[in-house]
Structure formats: C-alpha cells, structure tokens
Design a binder for this molecule. Sequence first.
Ligand code: ZN
Length: 166
Amino acid sequence: MIALLDTIIETVCSQSDQLIMSNEKKKFGARMATMQDSGTSNCRIWKNLWKLDLPGKINFFAWRAIKEMMSCNAILANRHIVPNGGCAVCQNGAENIKHLIFTCDRAKAVWRSIGICEKIRYLMEADQSGSVVLEEIINRGEQIYDLNVGFAELLLTGGWYLWWER
Ligand SMILES: [Zn+2]
C-alpha cells in the first residue's frame, strides 16, 4: 500500500510528465471542450478539470468518467454487451463509476491507506451518481494539506490507478 501511495503521489507531482503533457493536454482539452460542450451552459467543470495539475491520461480518464463514457461492466450490461454488470474485483455490487472509484472494496482499501477514507465516506452520504460526486470534487478545488496535493488530483490519480489495474 505504501508503494501504491508513492506511485500516486509521484504521478500527481511528476514535473517531467507535466512538461511533456501540458501542451498536448491543453490542445486536447480545448478540442474536447469545443466538440462536446459547446452550447451547454455548464462548462465550469471542464475549465476546472483542464486546470488541474495532472497528466493528460488522467484528465482524459476524469472526462470520460464524468461523461459516463467508460466501459464499466454495469454500463456494458445495460447495452447487452456483457451478461453480468457486477464488479469482478470484489463481487460486491454493480461495476459503475461510483463503485469503481468510491465504493468498491479495493477502492476503499486504497483510500484507507492514503488516509482519505472518512472524506470519501462523507461524500457517499448523499445519494448521487459517481460522475456528480466527481464534478463536485473538481469544482470545489480542495487541498489536502498533509500530503500537499489537491483532493481532486489525489482522487483522480487514485481512480485512474484503480481503473488501470483492472
Ligand atoms: Zn468492487
């Protein structure tokens, strides 16, 4: 778990990745914002998302999660692409974005090891979809002072990791 935390912090703080990705990210972000979100009144979330200090791949992960464009089992089962929408990791619920990032046993273990389990539990008290919770976290722009990173950056990097290891 300590190694995992190191990986997460390293990814969030990686300056070289930032330098390489930043130009591409800006181009990609602008393109996506234009393609997908012109005409919608709520572009605040996209502006805040592209402002985060994250590698492009994690921004893209967050964008897909908020748009609910991820190939989670629950989404695929709704479209009759897979027979079973359950989580293959914990077998304890439907594998949707909320489960993957917040309520899966695996996710809870990661958040517990980083020390933000209570924050996640508090966020889960309101019965909202995973994408709505992600939007709130990104728009709030909170800092985790103990770790010297943004809460959104930490959570999205952990979320990306949880997704990547599946
Ligand atoms: Zn699970």
